[in-house]
Design a protein around this ligand. Structure first.
Ligand SMILES: *[C@@H]1O[C@H](CO)[C@@H](O)[C@H](O)[C@H]1NC(C)=O
Ligand SMILES: *[C@@H]1O[C@H](CO)[C@@H](O)[C@H](O)[C@H]1NC(C)=O
Ligand SMILES: *[C@@H]1O[C@H](CO)[C@@H](O)[C@H](O)[C@H]1NC(C)=O
Length: 349
């Protein structure tokens, strides 16, 4: 649910995973990184040290009997703040690539093949997460209806504003609707940049009138790209590491794509925070994308992304193809059968 500095957390759990667990031998690139000693307070605040210390909890991803998203998912973006048409095009293309109208027209490894790992999760009746994810009605909130500093609670008010607007409200769809609040880089959010790049949850009937799954993802461009748009920007405490070029030429937005994929995968597998997660504490669930943060290809782990593809024309690094020739870099997802992170660009399938 929480999307944090990838290598700090990964490093901690890599080092603490006992060797007898089914774990990929990811290289520990920065075993003595100052990142660990430099960030202990952040870790503790997050509850992350609790999560990552117990190590074996990690791989014991469990099903807690709640629903997963088996109904067709309709994503409703809410564009909060200032968005250019080019930025919207990138994010829409990613969402449309999950279940493209014409599968054959998309090169492999594809975004829809990436979603296959998410579809491995099922509910108590044996129904799998849906293959159908489509882009639904959208809403612009150009005037920053709830200001430029949002909180976890005010996010729900933004969604209420969108579904109750007098002019073209978003449809209310508690069964397959997914409300995706995207904030422009001039909008702040509680804990944004410190340790959170996105989160998902569900709205409270007392605030919004309905229980609707939603996520927030912020544009970190010019704000904290080295935290939330890694590896398109690199923190100064990782020496000698070159930033990857963003496949769509927009560090902030290309970084958001992976966080959107992260939140979408977790929302589908744990929409009410009572389905698939690891760890004993539902207030700090470790979900199917949390386990693979910062891993985009074979060998990934620590601060290493794993093997990426490079677009010859733009020089951009990516791992997935989408509709219309689009390219994206999206983190892998925990595979419950292999018991490690996997994606369609794996070299050792
Ligand atoms: C890390 O620290 C340990 C113990 O302090 C030391 O033995 C080891 O050589 C260090 N490794 C690196 C890569 O600096
Ligand atoms: C769900 O999506 C599939 C594939 O896009 C489509 O064939 C089906 O009609 C949809 N079902 C509903 C209930 O909308
Ligand atoms: C659906 O989930 C089951 C596990 O419950 C899994 O074995 C199967 O491969 C999944 N199907 C798809 C299409 O992913």
């Amino acid at each position: 649910m929480r999307h944090a500095i990838p290598f700090v957390l990964l490093l901690i759990f890599c080092l603490s995973i006992p060797a007898n667990l089914a774990w990929r031998p990811w290289p520990y690139l920065f075993p003595n990184s100052s990142a660990i000693s430099g960030e202990p307070d952040t870790e503790r605040e997050l509850g992350a040290s609790k999560k990552y210390e117990g190590s074996s909890e990690f791989v014991h991803l469990r099903y807690h009997m709640g629903p997963v998203l088996t109904a067709n998912i309709t994503v409703h973006p809410i564009w909060y703040g200032t968005w250019s048409p080019a930025q919207k095009r990138v994010i829409r293309a990613f969402i449309r690539s999950i279940s493209p109208v014409d599968h054959a027209a998309v090169h492999q490894p594809s975004v829809s093949a990436w979603w296959r790992t998410v579809r491995l999760y099922s509910d108590r009746t044996g129904s799998n997460i849906t293959a159908a994810v489509c882009l639904g009605a959208e809403k612009n909130d150009r005037r920053y209806s709830h200001g430029k500093e949002l909180t976890r609670l005010s996010v729900q008010s933004v969604i209420r504003t969108a579904v109750t607007a007098r002019n073209r409200p978003l449809p209310v769809n508690p069964r397959g609707g997914f409300y995706l609040l995207l904030t422009s880089s001039d909008v702040g959010m509680e804990d944004f940049c410190g340790n959170v790049c996105g989160f998902h949850y569900f709205t409270f009937p007392s605030v919004v009138g309905y229980t609707l799954p939603y996520a927030w993802v912020g544009n970190s461009g010019g704000r904290c790209a080295e935290v939330c748009a890694y590896p398109f920007a690199i923190p100064s405490y990782v020496p000698g590491r070159r930033a990857e070029r963003a496949p769509n030429g927009d560090v902030g937005v290309d970084g958001m794509v992976s966080v959107i994929g992260h939140e979408l995968a977790e929302m589908a597998s744990n929409p009410l925070i009572n389905a698939w997660y690891a760890g004993g504490d539902p207030s700090f669930p470790t979900e199917i994308a949390d386990l693979c943060e910062g891993i985009y290809g074979t060998g990934g782990g620590g601060s290493y992304t794993g093997q990426l593809l490079v677009d010859r024309r733009s020089g951009g690094s990516y791992n997935l193809n989408g509709v219309g020739g689009a390219k994206f870099l999206v983190q892998w997802i925990w595979n419950p059968y292999l018991n490690y992170c996997s994606g369609p660009n794996a070299l050792d399938k």
